[in-house]
Design a protein around this ligand. Structure first.
Ligand code: NDP
Ligand SMILES: N[C@@H](CC=O)C(=O)O
Length: 428
């Protein structure tokens, strides 16, 4: 606020000096793809953060596993430590956790919140397994936990659900939540080999330390569990979820989608049905021109449908150091709303018995063709089209629930036919 004074009869507006910025002491656990990028953003953006938020962020300690690894030039090497106890003893206002996994991330989280200090984390595995417990701990100790960067990288979907759309009666959440698999599927579409596409995703820092978590759909499932908690109030670890990834044969998955004229996507969805919330992470062949089909490379998209607000689509970079660190930074300097407690009674999450059309493909040998059709018919599945292309045969089914498809898949696997299955959402 400025004050009007008169000096020598003339009005003079006196503007007080800017409020001295508050110093936020930050301890950072992990300085790899995401943590390293946060160090750079804090350095480059220091002036703007001070001006816009009145906060001077000061890194006080950085925990890593290997002392000798190269670090960003902006990082003072004296801040580095590999000593977890020394790190935990540091007097910090906020701890940022960008290590991943549960050990030592869970200990860091519990210690930080238990001391009444703020925790900001990018760790979806941690929140999917312990989110409500940590939120309760934060509540008890009058502090907060924020995890915007844990889901969909640079897209502010947690804030959208926590502060806004989560209050409007969510009917369905559906999207592409894993950048690595989407990057791989896009590259395969461009004619790359799978091994090269995966290696490129790893080199760009999109993949998890163990990329099997991306390929098997576990990473997307963790993110869906977190969204299910915020949207429906279901404990993340109690969400009944069917999960399949793009493994074991992403190249065939991509070829099947091409044959059917659609785009393969690893789709995560949680839907409110009359019986309860059903949830799945699985490959789906979607229309190439739709919101999911247009999501390419490491991009993510989340479509949130609510009773009051229709459909809201959020899309953008879903993996990578810079977008993820920008979400960490947002949590660091700007608070967000409270987290909902999971509903006390939990019959809300049920197995998915909805019917879909599916494409099952097997290698095209004389035997395989006969077996494919016989197996489907034994499982009570009607196939509406059988397509042959190159060395494979693809049966497209009429609407049928996953349970029957799973039966057929097991039978085909027992015959060592290595079947690949996707849901089909394009006309065949
Ligand atoms: N990469 C991405 O696009 C995204 C990642 N995330 C999440 O962010 C987190 C970090 O991912 P990312 O930066 O890619 O991972 P990195 O593997 O690149 O970095 C991990 C960091 O943690 C340190 N670290 C590992 N284990 C220990 C340990 N036991 N004690 C101390 N430090 C340890 C490593 O130390 P050192 O460097 O010495 O090896 C490294 O600095 C994960 O939870 C991930 O799921 C979320 C969204 C996007
Ligand atoms: N490995 C993850 C990283 C971001 O969460 C992904 O590929 O989406």
């Amino acid at each position: 606020m400025s004050t009007l004074l008169e000096i020598d009869g003339a009005p003079v507006r006196l503007t007080p000096p800017p409020r001295e910025p508050r110093t936020l002491r930050v301890a950072l656990a992990g300085c790899g793809t995401v943590g390293g990028e946060l160090v750079r953003l804090l350095h480059q953006g220091a002036g703007e953060i001070r001006a816009r938020h009145g906060v001077r962020v000061r890194l006080v300690r950085v925990l890593v596993a290997h002392a000798g690894r190269p670090r960003p030039s902006e990082l003072d090497p004296a801040l580095l430590t590999t000593d977890l106890d020394a790190f935990l003893a540091e007097d910090a206002d906020v701890v940022v956790e960008a290590i991943g996994g549960l050990d030592p991330a869970l200990r860091i989280a519990r210690t930080t919140l238990g001391r009444g200090r703020r925790l900001v984390t990018a760790n979806k595995a941690l929140i999917a397994a312990h989110g409500p417990e940590l939120a309760e701990l934060a509540r008890r100790h009058r502090t907060r936990i924020d995890f915007e960067s844990a889901v969909a990288g640079g897209i502010p979907v947690i804030r959208a659900l926590r502060d806004s759309l989560g209050l409007t009666g969510i009917a369905r959440i559906r999207g592409v939540l894993n950048g690595t698999t989407n990057f791989i599927l896009t590259r395969l579409d461009e004619g790359w080999r799978y091994a090269d596409a995966l290696a490129d995703a790893q080199a760009r820092g999109f993949a998890e330390a163990n990329p099997a978590r991306d390929l098997s759909g576990e990473d997307a499932a963790d993110k869906l569990r977190i969204l299910g908690w915020l949207a429906f109030g279901i404990r993340p670890d109690a969400l009944v979820l069917r999960r399949r990834g793009i493994d074991p044969d992403p190249e065939r998955l991509a070829a099947d989608a091409r044959l059917l004229g659609g785009a393969p996507r690893l789709v995560a969805e949680a839907v409110q049905t009359e019986a309860g919330v059903v949830a799945a992470v699985e490959p789906v062949i979607v229309p190439s021109a739709g919101a999911l089909g247009r999501t390419r490379g490491e991009e993510n998209v989340v479509v949130i449908e609510s009773r009051a607000n229709g459909g809201v689509a959020l899309s953008g970079p879903g993996a990578g150091g810079s977008p993820t660190a920008s979400s960490l930074l947002a949590d660091l300097v700007r608070g967000a709303g409270r987290l909902p407690r999971p509903a006390p009674v939990a019959p809300l999450s049920v197995a998915d018995t909805r019917e879909h059309r599916w494409a099952l493909s097997v290698a095209r040998t004389q035997a395989a063709g006969g077996i494919l059709e016989r197996t489907l018919s034994r499982a009570g599945i009607v196939s509406t089209a059988v397509l042959a292309d190159g060395d494979r045969r693809v049966a497209v089914t009429g609407p049928v629930g996953w349970q029957r498809v799973d039966l057929a898949l097991r039978a085909l696997s027992a015959e060592r036919l290595a079947p690949v299955v996707s849901r089909v959402e394009v006309p065949v």
